[in-house]
Design a protein around this ligand. Structure first.
Ligand code: 13P
Length: 252
């Protein structure tokens, strides 16, 4: 928690989900009651193919939807790519950029991630920028150096019209059931906060810092209670409404 910051609980469905099976999203929408939506923001980042329908299903609710990637340009000759304008056209308000799976699977660099984030922010939307060290880097004691380089090179110099959110996702904790210790998460998030204040001044105090990597209902209270952890980015446990809502209930 950070005083004065409304937490954000975000789901990343990755390459999962079909338009013919939207019931989990509908349960999340229906169970996200005003008492809870006054306390936290809920965001579900879906595959592109589900965004239009998800946008309709959530349009009159407090649930925000988002995408998991976008191109840096708004339109043009970029076969197979999707822009922030197209994402916004579906009713989505956020985009995850720089997830480690995209850094690995598609070789995305910090510089490319920065350009994508700039496009999202210029559009007035939320860019959830992911950073995090590999297992090897952690074992070398390089975690904070890695985070600093990733923030320096992939976080734009201005939030423009949008909102910068940073998600700390240790790569070795994603989908493994492993999580860092409370003191390791606290150290990383304190480091991120200090870096952001140094770079952005007082505005750095208002940037939401999410933790991601094997967050489940059973460990959410402990992880979400850590200083400077302003919410979560959740993979596997965001696919089932019960699990996702169980994590959200931590804030009840
Ligand atoms: P898991 O919650 O499945 O570990 O995934 C985390 C993640 O990569 C969210 O972006």
């Amino acid at each position: 928690m950070t005083p004065g910051i409304k937490p954000l609980v975000a789901g990343n469905w990755k390459m999962n989900g079909l338009n013919s099976a939207m019931d989990e999203l509908e349960v999340m929408r229906d169970q996200f009651k005003p008492g809870l939506s006054a306390k936290i923001d809920m965001l579900i980042c879906l595959p592109f193919t589900m965004l239009a329908k998800a946008g309709e299903l959530t349009s009159r609710s407090a649930v925000k939807i988002g995408a998991q990637n976008c191109h840096k340009e708004i339109k043009g000759a970029h076969t197979g790519d999707i822009s922030i304008e197209m994402i916004a056209d579906c009713g989505a308000e956020a985009v995850i950029v720089g997830h480690s799976e995209r850094r690995t699977d598609h070789g995305e660099s910090n510089a490319q991630i920065c350009e994508k984030a700039q496009s999202v922010l210029h559009w007035g939307h939320m860019a959830v920028i992911c950073i995090g060290e590999s297992d090897e880097q952690r074992k070398q004691g390089a975690t904070l150096d890695v985070l600093k380089k990733q923030m320096t090179e992939s976080v734009p110099g201005s939030a423009d019209n949008g909102e910068i959110v940073i998600a700390y996702e240790p790569i070795w904790a994603i989908g493994t059931g492993l999580t860092p210790t409370v003191s390791d998460v606290e150290e990383a998030h304190q480091f991120m906060r200090s870096y952001l204040i140094e770079r952005f001044g007082e505005a750095g105090n208002a940037i939401r810092l999410l933790y991601g990597g094997s967050v489940k209902p059973s460990n959410a209270a402990e992880l979400m209670g850590i200083n400077n952890v302003d919410g979560a980015l959740i993979g596997g446990a965001s696919l089932k409404a019960d699990d996702f809502l169980g994590i959200c209930a931590t804030y009840q």
